[in-house]
Design a protein around this ligand. Structure first.
Ligand code: PLP
Length: 383
């Protein structure tokens, strides 16, 4: 099994950080790339003209590799919300149709549709959080609901950010396809750790940021756009999204038709080479360890957590068959004890409160000692 990679991070020995789902620490190599980039921007006369575009393409390739995409189908964007807004511009939801979202899903894949619904005459239907944790069954039931309006699209996470529930996208995609409906996947908590293969899944859009599981900076994210949507209008109109608009040649706008592929959807000011290289390094590290290896290690750690917490009264664990391998969200039928998150943090154990749950999310820098320390401290504090 992949051993702990803690030595590649800047984590003091007494810190037990179990909160990658909020934001991961940056590996030392990613920090170094950032420092190098800042130094370059400090002395722009040292930059070679091709640097930004080389880094853009390196990062695009690294992102594409994590989801088994052709780099031509991946756009460089800033956030999940940016990707969803782009999709919102590419997809026309017919009046009278519905768009499916998940209850309390992160706001980014939801708000775009809520914002457009009234003016465009469609409805946003929320799939309720299932009592048994089976999001897949609930989404499938919503897709098949007899008498429901026609379905335009499901705009859903592959892993629910608060309860850690994993959705079986293969089954959901097949059910959507059978109804002629589209699929937008917010794969924030999937890419790098769980298998994500856009060629097999064939979503319309799939989006992920770098600052959580793929160990990168804020402000960098990626949008896979299926080829059937690549002829549409981007969110922003940029010169580099066109075939020949160049500051160095006359006429300036020699050919303002769009470039081929997903590059036309790249964000404005994408040539932020500092964060671009940081993002590339983090994703290349993830690919170097390998998704299956990372998943196996994190499954082992969350299973060890579950085993250690299993027989506690007033703490409920999710069904292991229905949760993501790398996230364990504890629920508390009588409420989370007051101040529990803060008392853990006071002992340098960091987890996140999420909608009444305690979300525990280890990454490759965690080891069995971190888990055992969490379990014994948690048991003491809730006793
Ligand atoms: C499921 C999910 N999607 C998206 C995001 C981030 O969205 P954005 O990049 O639009 O800020 C988060 C951050 O917590 C998240 O948990």
């Amino acid at each position: 099994m992949l051993p702990s990679q803690r030595a590649l991070f800047d984590i003091p020995a007494d810190v037990c950080y179990l909160n990658a789902a909020s934001y991961s620490p940056l590996p030392l190599a990613v920090q170094e790339a950032g420092r190098t980039g800042v130094g370059r921007k400090g002395q722009p006369w040292t930059l070679d003209a091709g640097l930004a575009s080389r880094l853009n393409e390196r990062t695009r390739r690294a992102a594409a590799a994590l989801i088994n995409a052709d780099p031509e189908d991946v756009a460089l964007i800033s956030s999940v919300a940016y990707g969803v807004a782009t999709a919102g511009k590419l997809v026309q939801v017919t009046a009278g149709y519905r768009v499916l979202v998940l209850q309390d899903d992160h706001s980014s894949p939801v708000l775009e549709w809520m914002t457009r619904a009234q003016a465009e005459g469609f409805t946003v239907e929320t799939v309720r959080q299932p009592y048994d944790g089976d999001w897949t069954a609930s989404v499938l039931a919503a897709i098949a609901r007899p008498g429901a309006p026609q379905l335009a699209l499901a705009s859903i996470a592959s892993v629910h950010w608060s309860d850690g529930g994993a959705l079986d996208l293969d089954r959901i995609a097949a059910a959507l396809r059978a109804k002629g409906a589209g699929l937008l996947v917010d794969a924030t908590h999937g890419v790098g750790v769980m298998k994500v293969d856009v060629q097999a899944l064939d979503p319309d859009f799939l989006i992920f940021p770098t600052y959580k599981w793929v160990l990168g900076p804020y402000g960098r994210a990626f949008l896979y756009v299926a080829r059937r949507h690549q002829g549409g209008t981007p969110l922003e109109q940029t010169g580099f999204g066109r075939r020949a608009i160049s500051a160095e040649s006359v006429p300036y706008m020699k050919d303002a038709s769009y470039t081929a592929g997903a590059r036309r959807f790249d964000m404005g000011e994408r040539d932020h080479f500092i964060s671009m290289e940081m993002a590339a390094v983090g994703m290349e590290m993830m690919a170097g360890w390998g998704q299956a290896e990372v998943e196996a290690r994190l499954s082992m750690l969350t299973q060890r957590l579950a085993d250690g917490l299993g027989n506690l009264k007033d703490v409920r664990l999710p069904d292991p068959r229905l949760r993501a391998p790398h996230i364990l969200s504890l629920s508390f039928p009588s409420g989370m004890p007051d101040g529990l998150i803060e008392r853990l943090a006071a002992e340098k154990i960091h987890v996140a409160p999420r909608l009444g749950r305690m979300r525990i999310s280890p990454h490759v820098y965690n080891d069995e000692d971190d888990v055992d320390r969490f379990v014994s401290t948690f048991r003491r504090l809730v006793a």
